[in-house]
Write a protein that binds this ligand. Structure first.
Ligand code: IMP
Length: 202
């Protein structure tokens, strides 16, 4: 049996998080670069799940390991779930998040707190060497504040507030990982990996 997991990402923070969560499994966990894989991937899915599967399948075509891929973003209910799957590309990939966050707050001007509900979503897809697939979703619910707060995290963290009233940019990395959409999805995927292994060993 192949005991390698390739995570289809070049992001070092994501690699650290998957190693923290799945490191106790009996797999070697590699990034695409560590596995010597370089493929062009067009993320043109309409949902987080579709994009995660597109990435995992593209990498699985060129390697013989278990391939995992994720896709994540922020959904704001009042804005018809924008920026959604376009979270990274919203207002342009290179636009600083101070500007993106200021624009989202502007678009919600005058909207009362109970209508500012939002969530971070993360889908993680797996393609196994036997062709089987799995896909899970992790979610953290909150709302968009009326001003940015905190200096931790990245991206939309300063404007995304938890029900406690703290933004996710105000949490320590450990506290954020313990409740984050990605942490939740990776822990759910860990169960899928264990199940798949159990099924194949019977
Ligand atoms: P991707 O899944 O790496 O493509 O990330 C999508 C985008 O969603 C990121 O570039 C951020 O804009 C946003 N995003 C995803 N997760 C988080 C988070 O934990 N905090 C803030 N922004 C996030």
């Amino acid at each position: 049996m192949n005991k390698r997991i390739v995570f289809a990402t070049g992001n070092l923070d994501k690699m650290r998080e998957i190693r923290e969560i799945c490191g106790d499994l009996d797999y070697e966990i590699l990034s695409m670069k560590e596995a010597g894989i370089d493929v062009e991937i067009v993320e043109d899915g309409k949902t987080f799940e579709e994009n995660a599967k597109i990435k995992a399948r593209a990498v699985a075509r060129v390697c013989d390991a278990i391939v995992l891929a994720d896709d994540s973003g922020l959904e704001i209910d009042f804005l018809n779930k924008e920026p959604g799957v376009y979270s990274a590309r919203y207002m342009g990939e290179d636009t600083p998040y101070e500007k993106k966050n200021a624009e989202l707050i502007r678009r919600l001007e005058g909207v009362p707190k109970e209508k500012r509900t939002a969530r971070f979503v993360c889908a993680v897809a797996a393609v196994f060497p036997d062709g089987k697939e799995a896909c899970v979703r992790g979610v953290v619910e909150g709302y968009i504040g009326d001003r940015p707060a905190g200096t931790g995290g990245f991206g939309y963290d300063p404007i995304f507030y938890l029900p406690s009233g703290k933004s996710t940019a105000e949490l320590s990395p450990e506290d954020k990982n313990s409740i984050s959409h990605r942490g939740r999805a990776l822990r759910a995927m860990k169960k899928e990996l264990i199940n798949h292994e159990d099924l194949n060993c019977q």
